[in-house]
Every structure is written in C-alpha cells, then in structure tokens.
Design a protein around this ligand. Sequence first.
Ligand SMILES: NC(=O)c1ccc[n+]([C@@H]2O[C@H](COP(=O)([O-])OP(=O)(O)OC[C@H]3O[C@@H](n4cnc5c(N)ncnc54)[C@H](O)[C@@H]3O)[C@@H](O)[C@H]2O)c1
Length: 335
Amino acid sequence: MKILVTGGAGFIGSEFVRQAKDHEIFVIDSLTYAGDLERIKCVQDHINFSRVDIRDKETLLKVFKDFSPVIVVHFAAQSHVDRSILNPYEFYKTNLIGTHNLLEISLSSGVELFINISTDEVYGERRYNRPFRENDPMNPGSPYAVSKAAADMLGRAFMRTYGLPVITVRPSNNYGPWQYPEKLIPVVIARALMNEPIPVYGTGENTREWTYVSDTVEAIYKIIEHGKPGEIYNVGSGEEFKNIEVVKMILKMLDKSENLITFVRDRAGHDFRYSLNIEKIQKEIGWIARTDFQSGLRQTVDWYLKNINWLNKKVKSVRDYWNLIYNNESYRNGS
Ligand SMILES: NC(=O)c1ccc[n+]([C@@H]2O[C@H](COP(=O)([O-])OP(=O)(O)OC[C@H]3O[C@@H](n4cnc5c(N)ncnc54)[C@H](O)[C@@H]3O)[C@@H](O)[C@H]2O)c1
C-alpha cells in the first residue's frame, strides 16, 4: 500500500514509519525544531523522504502527483501546548491551514483513506463523571487544542461535504523513545540526569492518560485495516496518573532525590484531567494497549540512558525555551 506520512520525522510519526512493514512509505516533514531524521535513519533505505511544509500547497501538489498515495496518515502538527500559548498563530497555520491543504489535495488526487490524527485534548478537561466518548461535544481549552479541534472537524466536513474517506483518531498523551524534551516525561528524565530542578506545574495534581507510543501506532495500523470512514476512534490505555506521580516514578527509576522537584507557576488555562472511553476501539477494531505504564516508563527511561547523546543534543536546543517558560521568577517554593 502506498502511504504518505506527514510529520514522519516527529515523535509518533517516526514510530509509524519504523513500524511500516510491507507498505511503500513516503514521508514529508518540514523538520521544525521537533523533527529529526535521526528517528527514521534505521529505515532510510526503505522509504522516501522530502522536506515539505504542509502550508506550501504548490509543493504538496507536486508530491501527491509524483507519489500518488492511496492512504494519507497525517501527523504533522505544531504539537506543544505551551508553545501555542506563546505563539498561537503558528498553530492555526500548520494545524488548520496545513490540514486543509492536505485534505483538498487528497480529494483531487483520489486518495482512498485519510487518517486524521487528532488528540484527546479536543474534548477539553474531563467534565462528566465518566471518560469521554467519541460523540461527546468538544470543548478545547488551549490554542493548540482549538487548532486540533478545528482540523478534526474539517476532516469530517471533507467526508460529509465532498465524500473524502476520512477517519479521525484521538490519542491520549503518548510517551516513549525519541520524544523531544519539552514534554513532561523527557523533560523530567533529562533534568534529573543533570541534577537540575524539575519543574512541576501548579501542585502537580493535573492528570493525564498515558499510552506507550508503539501501542498507539499499532492502533493506527489496525484502524487503517478495520476502521470505517467517517468514524472517530479514541486511542487510550485507561491508565491515568497525576503529573507528580509520574515525576516521582521517574526519579525512583533513576535513583534520584525528590528534592529536585520544584513547583512552578501553573500553565495558563491548564486542563486538569483528560480521560478517554476506549470501548469503541476495543470492540470494533479489536485493539487494546499492550504496555502497562510501569513497564513502558522503564523502557523509556532505559532508552534515554542508552541514547544519552541524542538527549544531550536536544537539551542544547531546548535550553533557551526551558529558560523562557521555567524562568526563575516563576519558581515558587514547593515541598
Ligand atoms: N505526543 C502526544 O502525546 C500526542 C497526543 C495526542 C495527539 N498527538 C498528535 O499526534 C501528532 C504527532 O505528534 P508528535 O508528538 O509526534 O509531534 P512532534 O511535535 O514530535 O512532531 C511533529 C512533526 O511535524 C513536523 N511539522 C511541524 N510543522 C510542520 C509543517 N508545517 N509542515 C510539515 N511538517 C511539520 C515537525 O517537524 C515534526 O517532525 C500531532 O498531530 C499531535 O497533535 C500527539
């Protein structure tokens, strides 16, 4: 099968590319600070890659003409909530306009299936006494989540209005190897290894549902095979933890002191808790997450220890950003 993967040099997209077995893969990625070809080096002889920005319609048209994809799996996005608070406009351009370009060209190129990777954040923070189901209304709480909700709706509108076969996938928080150290788990690992203060937002009570990245990708492959166009699938593990619990687990695995924990001013508009109802994907697709959080976290920590050079390289590039958002004035004494 000919699959065009957008954002295939990113954290989740690269896992999808590494797991591709019999498929013919064409990756496009603009290689922002978050993209890195190193992630797909091990499969470089079996795939095609082109540095393309999804905001650039002309170049996209050329890629579709040359490769003629049957399936598009769309991961490319500005993906970090804190950066969307600093610079929301960039998020609308890539996440909404970029998605629009891909949908429009997929339609005119006869693409047979468009997998639109959305997020659990489109539901907003948990507000019922149960996890979110696929047909619950959206209530996005950050510029990132709004841009993803808009892209999510646009994909479904392209199916309804023009008949493009679109499946919407809403994964929970992912973790695992190769994640850029701006997201919680690699930030904690990196800073703990350097014995630097570990910033925890607010009181650390915010809760996320964690899914191991290779499980999410397995779910996406199963959705390609068994999913129904027009449908939405939540992809989660059912395992929820408070941020502070995650931080303490990592410190324990690294044999580091909890004294490193430093509570910092909370993220503006910080959603308190996300959680997904995952019955639909279990029943209709036959997928369930294999990796429990403890063992996934252990594998992740071990991967960073083994790939410390990559982590150090990323730390160099992320440090200015860390200084900006965890700056000293916003630290407050925590215990
Ligand atoms: N990481 C998570 O926990 C999570 C959870 C749910 C949903 N998602 C969604 O999954 C997708 C992948 O997330 P990720 O964590 O791998 O993100 P990431 O930030 O690691 O990777 C995004 C990739 O997209 C590329 N990119 C960004 N802007 C681009 C543009 N204009 N044109 C072409 N390429 C561009 C980047 O270079 C990078 O390689 C995103 O759509 C994200 O919203 C992520």
